[in-house]
Design a protein around this ligand. Structure first.
Ligand SMILES: [Zn+2]
Length: 400
């Protein structure tokens, strides 16, 4: 549940009335941003508490998890004060230790506040592990308003990614009969529109943060990340894999614009005769060598995930089924793509207004790497998106 609490009075009252001992979890930055204020309020109210203050650049990894475990009491009530890493490590330890947990966001930077999973770095690798969402989220907009600008850009990028994510989901539903909930599609779409419409207005940050939290909640309700992530996330993950140390939402925000361009090319392509695509044949050996080259450590998992798809990709009958589905639904597919593309100018204008460059080069991403990410992002995870579909059709190289 979201509780708008612009002076932390409700948080203080809440904590006073719980049987557990509050455990404030922050880093140096979030301590200054509001942890200190919360601590003072608890002291003044004579509420006993514990606190841990991590260094400013803390990651949710073995070390930080262990540090929290060591200090945890049997009757701790976790209060995570922060954004990505702090919330992730808290939700993971809360889940493992079966402790209650509430969240105090400090920036509108990501959509994971209400998430039931935590991306952790274990042995240097990113893993997504089961965790738990907070019972309540106490939001102090005065804190959010003072958060660093780059974090707002990251959150905005993560939210704009929903536009392409939703298109991918609808396309997957049409082509592969993947389950979909149109109420969720509608709600996420409305959340994005209303955030976009609020730029330069008083309630922009509030809408943005609400949108991020709500889209995270909808992932939980739906049971997977479909409502909030698609090709743009795969491209972003590839960039992260290449070693770009940008915020997740920044990578997603940039990728979204490139994926929208791909959708436009796909739309034009739909007016061509697509029947010929039945005859496309993938050179599987060549593809496998390519994957081994670019993913030397994880290619086995990718082969495993793509096993079924590879078995059928050159099967003409099965290809015909897919291509016919595409042919039969061309009008409908064109319609939903147009609906989003009609919005593209407005989306790009939104980026401009908040000073978020949509040019990858401005963020230090080379044109070559961006192309590589578009060509290979879909192999990070086997999920139907515009990228994996164009690859299946044999036209991805031509579009990028
Ligand atoms: Zn994301």
């Amino acid at each position: 549940m979201i509780i708008w609490d612009d002076d932390f009075s409700q948080l203080t009252e809440f904590l006073r009335n719980q049987p557990e001992i509050p455990f404030l979890i922050c880093d140096e930055n979030t301590y200054l941003a509001c942890g200190k204020n919360i601590e003072e309020r608890l002291s003044n109210s004579k509420i006993k508490y514990d606190i841990i203050i991590y260094p400013g650049n803390t990651h949710a990894d073995e070390k930080s998890i262990c540090q929290l475990l060591i200090k945890t009491r049997e009757n701790s009530l976790f209060v995570s004060i922060g954004s990505g890493s702090i919330t992730d490590l808290t939700r993971f330890v809360a889940y493992k230790q079966k402790l209650r947990f509430i969240s105090v966001p400090t920036a509108p930077s990501m959509d994971g506040y209400a998430s039931p999973v935590a991306p952790l770095t274990i042995d240097g690798l990113k893993l997504t592990l089961t965790a738990k969402p907070p019972e309540n989220i106490f939001i102090n907009m005065n804190v959010i308003k003072n958060s660093p600008e780059i974090l707002t850009l990251a959150g905005f990028g993560d939210l704009m990614g929903k536009y392409t994510g939703l298109l991918d989901w609808q396309l997957a539903h049409i082509i592969t009969d993947e389950k979909i909930d149109f109420n969720i599609v509608k709600e996420v779409r409305e959340i994005c529109d209303s955030t976009l419409n609020s730029i330069e207005k008083e309630d922009f940050l509030k809408k943005l943060l609400y949108g991020l939290i709500r889209s995270g909640e909808l992932m939980t309700i739906w049971g997977n990340s479909r409502p909030a992530s698609g090709a743009e996330h795969h491209v972003a993950h590839y960039l992260e894999y290449k070693g770009y140390k940008l915020y997740h939402g920044i990578c997603v925000g940039i990728s979204t614009i490139y994926v929208l361009d791909l959708y436009e090319k796909f739309l034009n392509f739909l007016s061509e005769n697509t029947q010929d695509l039945i005859n496309y044949e993938l050179d599987i050996e060549k593809w496998e060598n390519h994957i081994k080259n670019i993913f030397p450590n994880t290619y086995k998992r990718i082969f495993e995930e793509y096993k079924e798809l590879l078995r059928d990709i050159n099967n003409k009958e099965k290809r015909a089924l897919i291509i016919n589905k595409l042919e039969e639904n061309k009008d409908y597919i064109s319609k939903i793509i147009k609906e989003t593309l009609n919005h593209r100018e407005k989306i790009i204008e939104g980026y401009k207004k908040i000073n978020f460059s949509t040019n990858a080069l401005d963020w230090g991403i080379t044109t070559e790497d961006m192309k590589e990410a578009l060509k290979n992002g879909c192999f990070i995870r086997n999920r139907f998106t515009i990228l994996s579909f164009l690859w299946y059709l044999g036209v991805l190289e031509r579009f990028v």
